[in-house]
Ligand binder design. Sequence first.
Ligand code: ADP
Length: 261
Amino acid sequence: MRQNTMHPIPKNEFTDVKKMYGIVSGKGGVGKSLVTSLLAVGLRRNGFEVGILDADITGSSIPKIFGVSGAKINSDSKAIYPVRTHNDIRIMSMNLLLNKEDAPVIWRGPLIAKTIEQFWTEVGWGVLDYLLIDMPPGTGDVVLTVFQSIPIDGIIIVTSPQDLVSLIVKKAYNMAKQMDIPIVGIVENMSYAICPHCGKEIDIFGKSKLESIAQQLDLKILGKVPIDPELTKLCDEGEIEKARNLYLDSCIEVLKKEIAE
Ligand code: ADP
């Protein structure tokens, strides 16, 4: 696990996690939570023990995507415990701690960062192969603090085609470089569309810039997720674990190799 001698990263006594990855994006709305969810489902289908720490406190959507909003959180004098999805993915999210799913979290940055740190230090995650962290969007203060308070092994950058055009992705890249956090690679979401009638692939944003930017920044391309109406529906219904196509096989292979090393 990554450590930093300048800022010792807090430990979690109740947890044994092999690998922790932050899923980041240069800005909100690119499908970071969906990509986190697809990776969790894929790793679980490969037989791994998987958890999702939903650090996107103000835009929390993981419980909804997995249909566990409103599930009861258990705790004892030692720790609080994540909820488990149908297929046994462990989830901790601010959304699960609020009485009302639609209550806004109107906290300032330091409190949000502290809560995320507690989702690491005070949650009894148990024994996990992978803990995926759905990071707050963007490259602001909170993200910086999370990098200093959770021993993340690497980050996965999620982008959209527009993001690649405006080079917002470079911000996330530069931040990780400055913080000395390894970048596993990049996933393009909404890369193309799948026609709901005939299933044909449509290049709605023109030719993707992914290859050229990945080459320029020396980033590994981990996968491309299309706009797939089935995924939208499954997210809305809280049934993402039923997805037929996860589109991220190559990313999952990379993560499997990392754990084997
Ligand atoms: P972010 O975490 O970046 O804010 P989300 O992952 O929460 O974005 O995406 C918001 C919603 O957009 C999802 O719940 C889903 O309904 C829809 N969505 C995102 N990406 C796709 C996709 N590739 N195909 C279909 N729907 C998508």
